[in-house]
Write a protein that binds this ligand. Structure first.
Ligand code: UD1
Length: 428
């Protein structure tokens, strides 16, 4: 397994291009199941998770043509040759559950293994399943699989539109039901829906495939089911989590970095927190320019929330920054249980962090020291790299396969700004 070695202490200067969003691209790829025509996605990031989902879609009958150089992906599911999403693929990535809504909408049947993914808490899929049940699906949970079908008695085997309120906000469940509803009979109203930019991107793509959707990006989405969807070409939005992670790089090292393709509307909560910490985020023609206002970092308290609140996927990175602030910050994780696995690793580098329940008190230290550390999940991995960029001496991050699930060419992008970082290939 690869490792990444970082020698800290260099202020970053330069430009970092922002890739297409992994979390937008995954549901967009599953939207290909809704039509027998070709869906073309551009600005597709080259990431392990995209390959995993491609394999899953291929196993269901998709023909896939992926031009990695051009970041272009053509997907065509002329027919669903197999309605079974196998455990061997699904266990690698939780987002695989997103094939269920489209399969049910298209063919009235589908079997999907219960998913795996990052080890950040229990992460059930009950909200997805309850929503699909409300739309008329019959579900049978057996042998680790969800066997789903729509009985003939329900709109002739077709999902039916419903008014459905999510008990709490779920990005994935909103995406699954949104896709399912595009081909359902009648009108679906999703209340307490997620408002993330990835939902808006998905709705934009579905609309250009012929879906009738209103309210994406608000808490209530209305979908009028249609009989069929067509193919289209769609450009994946910029990755706000990659963007936010790289915004924290010049914040933690000092320096001056421009994020090419950066958009303030996608990271406004983070930009507010950085401003309070003493880091300026400025809109420039190429994107966003980020630099520290002075040597000192102020402590900042954050609470993770659904969009437009502070993103859970940027919590670990902010914690890395706060380990060097002048005072004590509090970081509360409200979205996922067990999402503080980076804390003991940051502590190995000299960070002072106390956890009580779902809140971490971070008391800033003068400096961090390089150390061997282990990546535990996707966003924890980048927080360790960020800490390593600021630490004295060398930090070696092992298990970087987590990082490769979500960050494209991370060493190359940081090295271009002066970071001393290299990948060490080989066994752990
Ligand atoms: C998506 C993102 C992930 C991000 C998360 C929250 C993708 C591929 N992943 O994950 O990076 O961290 O949004 O912004 O887009 N829950 C249930 N039952 C369900 C579904 C969710 O209890 O059926 C819980 C989860 O355990 C979690 C919370 O709801 O505590 C929110 O999860 P959700 O918004 O669904 O996250 P994902 O869509 O899995």
């Amino acid at each position: 397994m690869d490792k990444i070695a970082v020698t800290g202490g260099t202020a970053l200067h330069g430009t970092i291009p922002i890739s297409g969003s992994k979390n937008a691209c995954l549901p967009l790829m599953t939207a290909a199941l809704l039509t027998d025509q070709t869906l073309t996605l551009t600005n597709v990031p080259n990431l392990a998770d995209i390959g995993t989902l491609s394999n899953l879609l291929a196993s269901l009958g998709a023909t896939i043509d992926h031009d990695r150089e051009a970041n272009r992906l053509n997907l065509r599911v002329a027919r669903l040759s197999s309605p079974l999403a196998h455990y061997d693929i699904v266990r690698k990535m939780r987002a695989s559950i997103l094939v269920l809504g489209p399969m049910l909408a298209r063919d009235g049947a589908g079997t999907v293994s219960l998913p795996g993914g990052c080890a950040i808490g229990a992460r059930p899929v009950d909200l997805h399943l309850k929503g699909l049940e409300a739309m008329g699906a019959t579900l049978d949970l057996r042998d680790g699989y969800v066997h789903a079908s729509v009985p003939r008695s329900v709109s002739g085997g077709r999902l039916r539109g419903v008014s459905h309120r999510f008990p709490f906000v779920s990005v994935g469940a909103t995406e699954n039901l949104l896709m399912a509803a595009t081909l359902a009979k009648g009108t679906t109203r999703l209340v307490n829906a997620a408002r993330e930019p990835e939902i808006v991107d998905l709705a934009d793509c579905l609309s250009s495939m012929g879906a009738q959707i209103e309210g994406a990006g608000t808490g209530t989405i209305e979908i009028e089911g249609v009989d069929a969807l067509s193919g289209t070409e769609h450009r994946v939005i910029a990755d706000r989590i990659e963007m936010g992670s790289f915004m924290i790089a010049p914040a933690i090292t000092g320096g001056d970095v421009t994020l090419e393709g950066g958009r303030i509307d996608l990271v406004s909560s983070l930009a507010g927190a950085l401003d309070a910490a003493g880091v300026s985020v400025e809109e420039v023609p190429q994107g966003l320019r980020v630099r520290r206002r002075d040597d000192r970092l102020n402590p900042v308290s954050i609470v993770t929330e659904p969009f437009p609140g502070y993103a859970t996927d940027l919590q670990a990175q902010m914690m890395a920054l706060m380990t060097l602030a002048d005072g004590t910050s509090s970081i509360t994780e409200q979205i996922f249980e067990n999402r503080f696995m980076h804390v003991p690793e940051l502590a190995r580098m000299g960070a002072q962090i106390d956890i009580t329940g779902n809140t971490a008190q971070v008391t800033g230290v003068e400096s961090l020291r390089g150390a061997p550390v282990m990546a535990t999940d996707l966003r924890a991995s980048i927080s360790l790299l960020l800490a390593g960029l600021a630490a004295k001496g060398e930090t070696v991050v092992s298990r970087v396969y987590h990082l490769d699930r979500g960050y494209e060419r991370v060493e190359e992008k940081l090295r271009a700004c002066g970071a001393r970082i290299e990948r060490i290939s080989g066994d752990d």
